[in-house]
Structures are given as C-alpha cells and as structure tokens.
Design a protein around this ligand. Structure first.
Ligand code: C2E
Ligand code: CA
Ligand code: CA
Ligand code: CA
Length: 274
C-alpha cells in the first residue's frame, strides 16, 4: 500500500478508484477478512516454451472486499506485512494451494503449485514447523510444491534462512527466486542457498533493449547454474519469440493465461494439456 502521511493507507479497488483508510480501520478490515474468508486464491499457469505444456501453477491471492470488490495484493500484502498478519495469510494461501494440488492430482493433473513467501514470514521461528504441518494435513506431495522467495531474503546470508531453505529442500520442495534481476548484483548466495528456479522479472521481458541484454546475462547465469529459467509477464507474441530465441525454458503471462479463480482454472485445464 502506498503510504499517505503516517496514519492512512491508500489502495485501489477493482475499478482503480482510490480509497484512503486509516491504518486502524484497514487493520481491522484485514483481520476480519481472514476470519470471514474474504481472501481468494487465483491460479496462473507457467508453461513450457517449446511445447506449450503446463509446467507449474502460481497461487496469487486476492481480497474480495465486501464493498470495494476485488483488491490487488500489491496493496494489501505490504499492509499485512507491516501489521503482522502476513504469517497467517501466507499459511492460509499455502494450505489452499496444497489442497488444490491434491484435488487436481486426483483428477489426473499432478501439477507443481507455487506459492509466494514474504521475507517477513522468515522472521517466525515456527515457519518450518508451520509449513510441515500444512504439508502433513493436506497430504500433498512436497515435490509438487514450490516456494517463491525474493533475493532480499538471501542477501543477509542468514543462518536461520539457510537452515529453513535446506530443510524445505530436503523435504522435496523446490525454491524459486522471484522478480530475479531487480534487486542486487551479489550473486554469491546462489551457490550457498538451495535454489532451483529463476523467475526473470517482467521488466526485463517487457522493456527496452538495454534491459534485454541484462536478461541475456541472467539466462546465461541460469544455464551455468543449471537452474530453470522462467520469463515473467509475457504479454505479446513478439516477447514470446524473443524468450524462445534466448532459450528460456518456461514462461508465464497474460499471452497464455491470466490468473483465474479455482473453478475457472479447473475448467480451463480440461482444454489445455498438462
Ligand atoms: P509476483 O509474485 O511477481 O506475481 C506476478 C504478478 O504478475 C501477479 O500480479 C500476476 O497477476 C502478474 N502478471 C502475470 N502475468 C502478467 C503479464 O503478462 N503482464 C503483467 N503486467 N502482469 C502479469 P498480482 O497477482 O497482482 O500479484 C502482485 C504481487 O503480490 C505478486 O507479484 C506477489 O509479490 C504478491 N503476492 C500475490 N499473492 C501473494 C501471496 O499469497 N503471498 C505473498 N507474500 N505475496 C503475494
Ligand atoms: Ca511470484
Ligand atoms: Ca514475480
Ligand atoms: Ca513480486
């Protein structure tokens, strides 16, 4: 959320009308939203560039606000982070995603489902235990779950983070580095931390030639490190052609499919090869 002075937060509803609320009002609404199950998980496929087959599905949370309609996570995730609600919301999303993985697998679509983890979630010493509990309760195959983290969490070379990621990796989960390339340039951590997937930020895919030469560097890097490269935010055929020429393995974007609610996504799966 965009900060407006000290006590108000601005965010947008589905029609992009700006609403300004006090911090306490928003905090109350967000707590209620968890209790009242106003959050909903949407799913967007990630596909193989060469075959167009679905390789994974990203879980993306939305807030169905009773009056404002659909609210973007770009606004309420940062609010949840500052208000100490991201732990509970993050685990709820993980549980929904794991539950769906199991439901789809039972219908013959044994997809990898990826879930975003906020750096703030690592502040909890219970994170590993909580994730393990979700895996146990849903009965999901951990090898079918991926966690998307951002570079910032690896920069501190924090022993707690390293331990958690190693344990998760040992359980079979894979780790993706999200928005890759936007943050920092110290890549030493790539050798120390268990990372399997590099999601190349959409600015590199969508922007200028200058950015694209950086993207080429990232592709070389992922090949060298034997990581799976994923292009984010592919909107046009021209962008996809470029991604294919660069040898990027997978892509995600509006060109192929937008994020969809679970029922729409399940219907969509019937006509799209896994
Ligand atoms: P992200 O993890 O980088 O997710 C990708 C974002 O790009 C999503 O926005 C997705 O809808 C959007 N996108 C996909 N294809 C295209 C495209 O072709 N063009 C463009 N312009 N955008 C595309 P969304 O769903 O609004 O989520 C925004 C951010 O909110 C996410 O960025 C992620 O950082 C955060 N977020 C979403 N769900 C969760 C969650 O459950 N937990 C946490 N911690 N963060 C979440
Ligand atoms: Ca992501
Ligand atoms: Ca991303
Ligand atoms: Ca992001």
């Amino acid at each position: 959320a965009k900060e407006r002075g000290r006590n108000t937060l601005a965010y947008f509803d589905g029609h992009m009308a700006e609403t300004v609320r006090s911090r306490t009002e928003l905090e109350k609404e967000l707590r209620q939203a968890l209790e009242r199950e106003e959050f909903e998980v949407y799913f967007q496929p990630r596909v193989d560039v060469a075959t167009n087959r679905i390789r994974a599905v990203e879980a993306l949370v939305r807030w169905n606000h009773p009056r404002l309609g659909l609210v973007s996570p770009a606004y309420f995730i940062p609010a949840c982070e500052t208000m100490g609600l991201i732990g509970a919301l993050g685990l709820w999303v993980l549980a929904q995603a794991a539950h769906q993985q199991v439901a789809w697998a039972a219908q013959g679509w044994d997809l990898v489902v990826s879930v975003n983890l906020s750096p703030r979630q690592f502040a909890s010493s219970d994170l590993l235990h909580d994730i393990t509990e979700v895996l146990r309760q849903t009965g999901v195959n951990p090898a079918r779950m991926e966690l998307e983290i951002t570079e910032s969490i690896l920069l501190g070379e924090d022993q707690h983070v390293l331990n958690v990621l190693r344990e998760l990796s040992a359980l079979g989960l894979t780790i993706a580095l999200d928005d890759f390339g936007t943050g920092y340039s110290n890549l030493a951590y790539l050798q120390r931390f268990p990372v399997h997937t590099l999601k190349i930020d959409k600015t590199f895919i969508q922007d200028t030639d200058a950015n694209r030469s950086l993207a080429e560097l990232i592709v070389s890097l992922s090949n060298l490190m034997k990581l799976t490269a994923v292009a984010e935010g592919v909107e046009t055929q021209e962008q996809l052609d470029w991604v294919a020429r660069r040898g990027i393995a997978q892509y995600q974007g509006y060109l192929y499919a937008r994020p969809m609610p679970v029922r729409a996504f399940t219907n969509w799966l019937r006509n799209h090869p896994v």
